[in-house]
Design a protein around this ligand. Structure first.
Ligand code: SF4
Length: 62
């Protein structure tokens, strides 16, 4: 599974970092994926983060 954050859309609310700190981190005020490939153990949390992002800035590729 792959993940990316649209930095132009992200509002920097940090919700995804709280939900899935293994995958997301804040960089220059917006969220970023630590790695484009999601570790299997973090996939569920990553899906939750994408589903909960208020501006749908997180894109997942299964
Ligand atoms: S939840 Fe969405 S808007 Fe909030 S920091 Fe993460 S990517 Fe950005």
């Amino acid at each position: 599974m792959k993940v990316s954050v649209d930095a132009d859309t992200c509002t920097g609310c940090e919700l995804c970092v709280d939900t899935c700190p293994d995958v997301f981190e804040m960089k220059d005020g917006v969220a970023a994926a630590k790695s484009p490939v999601v570790p299997p153990s973090a996939e569920d949390a990553c899906r939750d983060a994408a589903g909960n992002c208020p501006v749908e800035a997180i894109k997942i590729e299964e």
